[in-house]
Write a protein that binds this ligand. Structure first.
Ligand code: PLP
Length: 469
């Protein structure tokens, strides 16, 4: 917005202006006196200098300094921006996305039918009386019970520990809100960007350091093939919160039982809390890799687990997930973490969409479980195609067997450079490894979410342009 204003304070910043046609005061911090001289017209009024200048009006509200610390855009919108620019410059390009990690296959019919019926039901007096209006902030009781039965039957987790939500990413930010600022946080490096970005936003970090490509105060736990993608936890000895994701996005590594025993032991010894992201647990086939952290004895005293229907059943746009906060998990003062989580959810969330919850219930029926399993197998076949392609091309590849992601090594090359080369030569969008943390540089992540013909076509294009053998 531009407006004509008059100066109402002296010539030292900050400058206050009054809009010519209204009494509103505007704060304009960055203008220097010399710039004002250039822009303005001086009119002496009662001993004061009145200047008429054109300025951009601002509010008086200071920008959140924590949000101001964030670098560029969130990774995926940034990738999308570059993709759109490429399309603008190459309107005929047939872009294939192996980038963002969004599901592509339709939600299985038994699940969509249940949601359609739920929607119809809301259009009736009786149906609305039973299912309409605000639901429980914690989720429908039947859904919480079904989640407990399907995923936590053999571990010490009850339906009342499960909080249904609009997805894991939202819960990650709400968990940050619950713990509040000035926490000492550790993350796997590389990892899903939401852990770091939400830590920055809540005020858990210092400024970004361009040399190390890290935010001050966060402990980055490097995970690479050298440590079998499991970090040196002694580096996190002072951390209060440790974000841990298995199967990992982006490396595709699923932690073994022994590794998770070590993780839980570390948390119990140091008194930290693990925020365990199991968004891809359903992709695990290795029987030696637990599907929930609560398979590990003692985890219910030091872990929160977050999970989602997004990659289980194509609910990325529909939005449904859950977070488990066990009864035994306590703050230093002995109070229950679960009580604060419940309080927070009641204040900041009004319950997941009742239609999405009907979909969640359908996912957990026998038919729904089979349909999810087929969907996951389909994406895992895609993963196998991509993994084999890169291996045949002479690359070292990780992941892809217990996760829908392939982590491809380009031997230390700048990963944004590889990303650009793949986009330019093949019209394929991948994700640069460094977008997940500094230890991700030298890698790209390829997502196995795609229609089969696109995955096959992508494999063909990659072979043509990037084969080493
Ligand atoms: N956690 C991880 C590791 C993810 O990769 C994603 C999405 O890509 C999420 C959480 C977000 O899940 P949701 O769609 O439930 O917000």
């Amino acid at each position: 917005m531009c407006c004509a204003v008059s100066l109402v304070t002296s010539h030292h910043p900050p400058y206050f202006f009054r809009a010519v046609d209204s009494p509103t005061h505007l704060l304009v911090p960055p203008l220097s006196s010399s710039l004002l001289e250039k822009l303005g017209r001086t009119l002496p009024i009662k001993g004061r200098h009145r200047k008429t200048v054109i300025v951009h009006a601002t509010s008086n509200v200071r920008r959140n300094p924590n949000i101001a610390k964030l670098q560029a855009g969130y990774l995926f919108p940034e990738i999308n921006r570059i993709k759109m620019k490429h399309l603008e410059e190459n309107p005929d390009a047939k872009i294939i996305s192996l980038g963002i990690g969004d599901t592509t296959e339709p939600i299985p019919q038994p699940i969509t039918k249940a949601m359609a019926a739920a929607a119809e039901n809301l259009g009736t007096l009786d149906g609305y009386a039973r299912y309409g209006g605000y639901g429980a902030e914690q989720g429908q009781t039947l859904l919480r019970e079904k989640l407990a039965e399907r995923f936590y039957a053999d571990v010490n987790i009850q339906a009342s520990d499960i909080f249904v939500s609009d997805g894991s990413k939202c819960d990650i930010s709400r968990l940050q809100m619950m713990f509040g600022s000035n926490r000492r946080v550790a993350v796997q490096d590389p990892s899903y960007p939401a852990y770091v970005d939400s830590s920055v936003m809540i005020g858990n970090t210092e400024m970004y350091d361009h040399a190390s490509k890290q935010y001050g105060k966060i402990v980055y736990l490097a995970c690479s093939s050298e440590n079998d993608f499991f970090p040196n936890l002694s580096l996190a000895k002072d951390a209060e919160l440790i974000f841990f994701c298995s199967p990992n996005n982006p490396t595709g590594a699923a932690a073994t039982r022994d590794q998770l025993i070590e993780l839980v032991r570390h948390a119990k010894e140091t008194g930290s809390i693990i925020i365990y992201d199991a968004a891809y647990a359903i992709y695990i086939s290795n029987p030696n890799c637990p599907k929930t952290i609560f398979e590990i004895p003692g985890a219910d005293e030091c872990c929160i687990e977050t999970c989602s229907f997004s990659k289980y059943a194509g609910f990325t746009g529909l939005r449904l997930g859950w977070t488990v906060v066990p009864d035994k998990l306590k703050f230093a003062d002995g109070s229950l973490v679960k009580n604060d989580w419940n309080r927070l959810m009641c204040t900041s969330f009004n319950g997941a969409s009742n239609i999405a919850q009907a979909g969640g219930m359908a996912c957990l029926s026998d038919e729904g479980m089979n349909a999810m399993s087929e969907l996951v197998s389909f994406y895992k076949e895609n993963a196998a195609i991509l993994k084999n392609t890169f291996e045949e091309m002479g690359y070292t590849v990780y992941g892809g067997t217990d996760a829908p992601y392939i982590w491809v090594s380009f031997d230390g090359r700048d990963s944004w450079e590889i990303f650009t080369e793949v986009l330019t030569k093949c019209d394929i969008v991948v994700t640069p490894g460094s977008g997940f943390g500094p230890a991700g540089d030298g890698f790209i992540r390829c997502s196995a979410f795609g229609h089969r013909e696109n995955i096959i076509e992508a494999a063909h294009r990659l072979k043509e342009s990037f084969s080493r053998s």
